[in-house]
Design a protein around this ligand. Structure first.
Ligand code: FES
Length: 140
């Protein structure tokens, strides 16, 4: 690769990075959320309720499952679990702090899972939850 081609390619990468950051409203590192890795058993996840003591939003990453799940503890002590799968073409979504972003075509969703920007048209799938002892059960 000649020097000129190297510089052009470097500029393309910088512009792409800036465009993605601009679309998402993220800084270069973006907000970070605690990710809880767990096993899925009988299409259920067990999440310790104590995780929500410090952070109302937890991202759950089931092993051997393609998508993460965002679980939000509400002020009335109920929980909302959203499958972080874009309803446009099934890409994994990224939490932004204001909601969720699809990096594939730029769809955005609010914290309730409603579409705030297309091309996605359908809201995110909400998963049933149930408190059982010291755990939250999320039904996949
Ligand atoms: S797959 Fe998410 S916007 Fe297309």
């Amino acid at each position: 690769m000649e020097r000129r081609e190297f510089i052009i390619e470097g500029c393309r990468i910088c512009l792409l990075t800036a465009a993605v950051a601009g679309i998402s409203g993220l800084s270069s590192c973006g907000p970070s959320y605690p990710v809880f890795k767990t096993e899925m058993v009988d299409n259920k996840l067990q999440v310790p309720l104590s995780l929500f003591d410090k952070n109302a939003l937890q991202v759950i990453s089931p092993r051997k499952f393609q998508y993460e799940i965002a679980v939000q503890k509400n002020s009335d002590d109920t929980y909302k679990a959203l499958l972080l799968r874009c309803t446009h073409q099934s890409n994994q979504l990224i939490p932004t702090g204001k909601g969720y972003l699809c990096s594939l075509h730029g769809s955005t969703f609010d914290k309730e899972g409603n579409v705030t920007k297309g091309p996605a048209e359908l809201k995110l799938k909400e998963l049933k939850t149930e408190v059982s002892g010291t755990n939250l059960i999320v039904f996949i």
